[in-house]
Write a protein that binds this ligand. Structure first.
Ligand SMILES: [Zn+2]
Ligand SMILES: [Zn+2]
Length: 358
């Protein structure tokens, strides 16, 4: 947990109230360590109240269910979703839950044993913990044969990247695709494009290591943007630009590049988390690559625009069929006491995912 802004994470004992109506208590088996947890730490809590329980890529077993929960029983293996559509907002009411901006949450039920303060669970999850309480609709049942130390990855990075190619800007068979940024999310975009039968997948990054990873996960071409003009190179490799460009970095420059590397009527998708004061200027009028004359489209993807109850079981199936590589995405398995070290490795960029095993 994070006790105050700027402090390193600490491990403490917690006390958990029983799950309330519609809630479930989960015993965690594994949790991925995602960049967003690091962001929360580096950005002094991102507006959340302290103390904060980090972690939002968790998988485990239902240990107890609250009143009225009929869809889950103790022992069920689940992945925790931080998006569980509310059923009540204008998007849900018109039958479009992928555009829901709310998420069902449990009441705060986790306390510090020392003093009793309630913990704020990151993204309503809080998975850097042996146990957590979430809304039952945020606990997505997994097939029995799905290993939970891999299933946890589905919850954030993988569903975000694959979902961008299946939900936000669906790749068609035979499409030309570019992916800017080849961390955990970018590699998942590459996998999604491969699963959707793209004919060309061009990976762009500054790191030779990440470009090697990209090839392993399905990139057909790689471009090192530290060495060449990425837009010119992608346009050259694809003939006239790509049908889909996904940026998984969050830097304005990368969004601009994604738009300018498109073929006529192509679609760029912005996935990476931007800084709070970020802005981008798009060229509108260039006859070849300008936003207007090139008839470009720009989308934003939040968490793969996922519908977890539908998408998590689908992704688990793709893994079990050997079509989605999760094994290769786990660089390191660690203990709860290694979270600070995992954050440091993330800053240096030599890790796709560290996974905490409980
Ligand atoms: Zn809703
Ligand atoms: Zn995440």
């Amino acid at each position: 947990m994070l006790l105050e802004p700027g402090a390193p994470v600490v491990i403490e004992e917690i006390v958990i109230d029983p799950p309330g109506p519609g809630e479930v208590l989960i015993r965690l088996a594994a949790s991925g360590v995602c960049h967003t947890d690091l962001h929360v730490k580096n950005m002094k809590g991102m507006g959340m109240s302290f103390p904060i329980l980090l972690g939002h890529e968790g998988a485990g077993y239902v240990e107890a269910v609250g009143e009225g929960v009929t869809t889950l029983v103790p022992g069920d293996p689940v992945v925790i979703a931080y998006r569980a559509p509310c059923g009540d907002c204008p998007a849900c009411l018109r039958g479009d839950p992928r555009r829901c901006w709310m998420a069902l949450r449990a009441k705060q039920r986790i306390h510090r044993k020392n003093g009793g303060d309630l913990l704020t669970q990151v993204l309503r999850c809080g998975t850097f913990s042996t146990h957590t309480v979430v809304h039952h609709k945020a606990a997505i049942k997994m097939p029995k044969e799905m290993p939970l130390d891999k299933a946890c990855l589905l919850a954030c990075g993988v569903v975000t990247g694959v979902g961008a190619t299946l939900n936000t800007a669906p790749v068609w068979a035979g499409a030309r695709v570019a992916v800017i940024g080849c961390g955990g999310v970018g590699l998942s975009v590459i996998q999604g494009a491969r699963i959707a039968h793209a004919k060309q997948i061009i990976a762009v990054d500054l790191s030779p290591t990440k470009l090697e990873w990209a090839k392993k996960f399905g990139a057909t071409d790689v471009v090192n943007a530290a060495e060449v003009d990425a837009v010119a190179k992608v346009r050259e490799l694809s003939g006239e630009g790509v049908d889909f460009a996904y940026e998984a970095v969050g830097l304005p420059k990368c969004i601009d590049q994604a738009v300018r590397m498109l073929a006529y009527a192509g679609t760029a998708t912005h996935i990476g988390l931007p800084e709070s004061n970020a802005s981008v200027t798009l060229d509108l009028g260039d006859m070849d690559t300008g936003f207007y004359w090139n008839k470009a489209k720009l989308c934003v993807c939040h968490c793969g625009d996922a519908l977890p109850s539908n998408d998590f079981p689908l992704l688990a199936q793709l893994y079990l069929q050997g079509k989605l590589d999760l094994d290769g995405m786990v660089t390191k398995t660690i203990g709860l006491e290694d979270v600070e070290e995992a954050f440091e490795m993330m800053e240096t960029g030599d890790v796709i995912r560290s996974v905490i095993l409980f």
